[in-house]
Design a protein around this ligand. Structure first.
Ligand SMILES: NC(=O)c1ccc[n+]([C@@H]2O[C@H](COP(=O)([O-])OP(=O)(O)OC[C@H]3O[C@@H](n4cnc5c(N)ncnc54)[C@H](O)[C@@H]3O)[C@@H](O)[C@H]2O)c1
Length: 415
């Protein structure tokens, strides 16, 4: 088989971004999409851009019959139902080689484990899409610093952050549907990326053992009356009643199982970042060496003065989550590649075609959901969570943060 037939479930923001990435990937045809909205537009885009003869299917079962791999790109609150439909289709005869799920794998550890169990029961390999592990600059720094790592030892501190001014759809802001606020939505990226940077080259993604988590969450901007009203008007979500955090930060301590060496991952995530648009900032320190990555330091800046401001066409085509359309602006001319979507598609293609595991599967996704849950628990209990304590580990299995339960007022300041 030379070409993998891929189907999308969902046709929103990430589906479009992944379609953009597919323009740069060989050996994958986008052959179908299922979505209650925008499916036609996505299929048209795919066909017009030579991504494949993309059809709109009426339901998941029909889509699965015509694909080798399907990707779940739908919102978090509909995921369990959709994943159930995918595996029901497999049991009814659809010959899927693999199923992809976007981050975060699930809203709770218990739910994430159900997804893994469903895949195992159906006997279908899985792929967890965490694009930041596939970012070319992250891979390049690991490769370039390999000799230093081999002589001096692996990194002991990694700091990863992802910040922007807030998500594009109401369901992200609603902690009950999404599963929390910015920690659940973007902390999963930064925790995964920092863990990856600390991991000795060549070792599995979960080689380093997480032993402690200390975190804080806060509502710093979107709880203020003016911004709450704005949110209610634009997104239909009322932070006076069901707030979520727009800021999260924390530290995870890891232990090397062979040497006993400790390392720390710091993560910071916000939806109240007030610069040009999305910023990914990652840095890492090993003994005697370091790296630093800032996605807003682009090779291309453009300037638009007041007199020319009316001429702005589409600020979001310059930079994801752009918040300004005049002044000195950063432009990322190939975000789909920079953020790792191209490389994660290639990894998935090669893995499913060869019958080998993807870099990250759903079991790894469970670990990320578990670390996010531990971070919420730390913020809620105002203490460091000991991940070597069996009682704490048992509690995490069924933990759901107060914020995700819609009780964020008990832990967040609302102005
Ligand atoms: N890796 C990243 O950087 C990244 C970026 C954005 C979103 N995501 C993830 O991707 C997922 C989707 O986010 P998004 O931004 O595309 O959301 P979105 O709201 O922009 O789009 C969701 C799409 O799913 C469709 N949908 C809703 N219910 C459905 C159903 N029952 N069956 C099929 N389709 C359905 C919607 O109609 C819409 O087309 C989320 O889990 C999110 O966390 C990842």
């Amino acid at each position: 088989m030379k070409t993998l037939r891929l189907g999308f479930i969902g046709a929103g923001f990430i589906a479009k971004f992944q379609a953009l990435a597919l323009k740069q990937v060989r050996g994958i045809d986008l052959v179908g999409v299922v979505s209650p909205n925008r499916a036609g537009a996505l299929a048209k885009y795919a066909t017009e851009n030579g991504l494949g003869d993309c059809r709109v299917y009426a339901n998941v079962a029909e889509l699965c019959k015509h694909c080798d791999v399907v990707a779940v790109f739908a919102p978090n609150h509909v995921r369990e139902d959709l994943i159930g439909q995918v595996f029901a289709a497999v049991k009814a005869g659809a010959a899927l080689k693999g199923v992809i799920c976007e981050k975060p794998l699930a809203r709770t550890v218990a739910q994430a484990r159900r997804f893994v169990a469903m895949a195992k029961d159906a006997g279908v390999p899985t792929c967890y899409f965490e694009n930041q592990l596939h970012m070319k600059p992250i891979k390049a720094q690991l490769q370039q610093l390999r000799p230093q790592q081999e002589v001096m030892g692996p990194m002991t501190l990694a700091r990863c952050s992802e910040e922007h001014g807030g998500p594009h759809e109401g369901w992200f802001w609603d902690p009950v549907r999404q599963g929390g606020g910015v920690l659940s939505d973007m902390g999963c990226h930064s925790i995964a990326c920092a863990w990856y940077c600390l991991t000795p080259i060549g070792k599995p993604l979960t080689y380093l053992r997480p032993i402690a988590v200390n975190a804080e969450v806060a509502l710093l901007k979107w709880g203020q009356p003016k911004w709450r009203e704005d949110l209610l008007k634009r997104m239909g979500v009322d932070y006076a009643k069901t707030p979520a955090e727009d800021f999260a930060t924390g530290t995870i301590t890891f232990k090397n199982p062979d040497t006993g060496q400790l390392s720390k991952a710091q993560f910071t995530n916000s939806w109240m970042y007030e610069k040009q648009g999305l910023r990914l900032f990652m840095d890492g320190m090993g003994p005697g060496y370091a790296f630093e990555l800032n996605s807003l330091q682009t090779p291309l800046n453009i300037f638009i003065g007041d007199a020319a401001a009316n001429a702005v066409a589409d600020s979001e085509s310059a930079l994801e989550k752009s918040t300004a359309s005049r002044g000195l602006l950063a432009v990322e001319s190939n975000e789909a590649d920079l953020y790792g979507y191209v490389d994660e598609m290639e990894d998935m293609r090669d893995a499913f075609m060869a019958g080998r595991p993807c870099l990250a599967d759903w079991s790894y996704g469970v670990e990320i959901v578990r670390l996010c849950a531990a971070a919420y628990m730390s913020a809620e209990y105002k203490k460091t969570i000991d991940l070597t304590d069996p009682a704490t580990l048992a509690e995490l299995e069924t933990f759901e943060s107060l914020i995700a339960q819609g009780k964020g007022r008990e832990v967040l300041y609302v102005g």
